[in-house]
Design a protein around this ligand. Structure first.
Ligand code: ADP
Ligand code: MG
Ligand code: ZN
Length: 477
């Protein structure tokens, strides 16, 4: 029997507003505990929430970016549950009438295919506080600074079928949030959190299987690993005729397995009802139109433009539009060099390797777009070879010096003068009569040996094209 996995993701993205969703307290991360609090976010009796307009604007921007239908009128609801980090005893969220529904986004898979994943709904809600538990004493602490920080919950359709697709969806979703500049999408700091729902069914079956929900996955890698594990576990269970229990699971990274956290709660457990403290939210056409104008060029469109304007393959455009900063860096280079593809190769190759090695992002790249363009210019003008350029690049990254200065100081200028290279070639040919014989006897592979020798003799500075030409001429004499 063939099985297939079905995956749906719920993402909580923290919005980059200055103040909380229903009060004027700061949202700044990392302040001493309980310093960004007031009677509203502490849930004191008699206080009233006032909705932050920015939160609504950000929700509408995200809805527009993902092709959602925006509700002209939506409602806030109370989701009731008890937990020490939730001082009111309920969370203000949206339930029956969310601000946006029925959107989608496109993901690109490693084989180049593009898949459309449906977005069920997007709604606004407030975050809860943060509890910490002392490992040595029977004591817990609670910090209410995060209470009332605005979140967007983005719920996908169960449209994904593999961990790879889930990973691609999350990366694209996060890229869009960052392009819009409405969330920093930092998974480690908890400003981008994912719950993954997964079930297995017989391939082609119309109905969904029983799902489990994986909570608190705080890196893309963990999401993919946890899903891969669950697919194995559930498939084996089903093949053995066991039933899957609908439950909430945690990923145990050290044990490399999922563990049960609790039985899955149902919506009716929360006793949702419309929040009587907040009037229905009206988003009118004028507001939507105004925000539509503020939309930046988003990844899909940028990708298409890059392909047309710079004549780049899909693989390149996908990577280069992964973030706005990466795209801007590329465009700065592309504007200054002859062949944009060379700029793309350097950014995806040397620069990315360097950033990965140093754990940096392109915003704090140790080589500026301007300096990388000059380096590529030196290759294009034939001043240095591509190989020497890699050495120069490493030194640029280390010292911050301009490529030209490095090339001059270290005497790396490429030798393109035949009269300087010819004597070297003559000597090598006379020192290796056996190899010359082989070449003339038809073994053309020996050419590589000769080129290597010349490069070695000239410290890699000889113009490789010229070396090849001269060698060919002399060997056919
Ligand atoms: P909650 O988990 O809060 O009860 P929902 O019922 O809205 O919320 O479902 C949350 C997510 O679970 C959605 O992304 C949805 O696509 C996904 N989902 C629902 N049923 C299944 C299933 N049988 N298999 C996989 N994913 C599912
Ligand atoms: Mg859920
Ligand atoms: Zn407050």
């Amino acid at each position: 029997m063939a099985f297939e996995a079905v995956i749906g993701l719920e993402v909580h993205a923290q919005l980059k507003t200055k103040t909380k969703i229903f009060c004027g307290c700061s949202t700044k991360f990392g302040a001493p505990p309980n310093t960004h609090v007031c009677p509203v976010c502490l849930g004191m009796p008699g206080v009233l929430p006032v909705l932050n307009r920015k939160v609504v604007e950000y929700a509408v921007l995200m809805a527009l970016a993902t092709g959602c239908r925006i509700a002209p009128e939506s409602r806030f609801a109370r989701k009731n549950y008890f937990y020490p980090d939730l001082p009111k005893g309920y969370q203000i969220s949206q339930y029956e009438l969310p601000i946006a529904e029925a959107g989608h986004l496109n993901i690109t898979l490693s084989d180049g295919t593009v898949k459309r994943v449906g977005i069920t709904r997007i709604h606004m809600e407030e975050d809860a506080g943060k509890s910490t538990h002392d490992p040595d004493r029977p004591v817990s602490f609670v910090d209410y600074n995060r209470t009332g920080v605005p979140l967007l919950e983005i719920v996908s359709e169960p449209d994904m079928n593999s961990p790879e697709e889930a990973g691609a969806y999350l990366r694209r979703l996060r890229a869009i949030l960052r392009y819009l500049d409405i969330s920093d999408g930092n998974m480690e700091e908890g400003s981008f959190r994912c719950d993954a729902n997964i079930s297995i069914r017989e391939k082609g079956a119309g109905v969904l299987g029983t799902r489990t929900e994986l909570k608190n996955l705080n890196s893309f890698r963990f999401v993919e690993k946890a899903l891969a594990y669950e697919i194995q576990r559930q498939t084996h269970a089903l093949a053995d005729g066991e039933a899957i229990v609908q439950e909430t699971l945690l990923w145990d990274e050290a044990g490399n397995r999922t563990i049960s956290m609790r039985g899955k709660e149902e919506a009716h457990d929360y006793r949702y009802f419309p929040d009587p403290d907040l009037v229905p939210l009206v988003v009118d056409e004028a507001m939507v139109e105004g925000l539509q104008k503020r939309l930046p060029e988003l990844p899909d469109r940028k990708k298409k433009r890059f392909a047309e304007q710079y004549n780049l393959p899909d693989y390149d455009t996908e990577i280069l539009t992964g973030s706005r900063e990466m795209a801007d860096y590329f465009e700065s280079c592309a504007a200054c060099v002859k062949n944009p593809k060379t700029a793309s190769n350097w950014i995806m190759g040397e620069l990315t390797a360097l950033l990965n090695a140093e754990g940096k992002t392109i915003e704090d790249a140790p080589v500026s777009a301007e300096d990388l363009s000059s380096l590529i210019g030196l290759i294009e003008e034939g001043v240095i070879s591509g190989k020497i350029a890699k050495t120069v690049f490493a030194e640029m990254a280390e010292t911050g010096k301009a490529p030209k200065a490095i090339v001059e100081a270290r005497g790396l200028v490429q030798v393109s003068d035949a009269s300087e290279i010819e004597p070297v070639i003559d000597r090598i040919l006379s020192e290796n009569p056996g190899e010359v014989e082989k070449y003339r006897g038809g073994n053309k592979k020996v050419m590589g040996f000769f080129v290597g020798q010349v490069m070695k003799e000239t410290g890699g500075k000889a113009n490789p094209k010229l070396v090849n030409e001269l060698l060919q001429k002399k060997l056919s004499q």
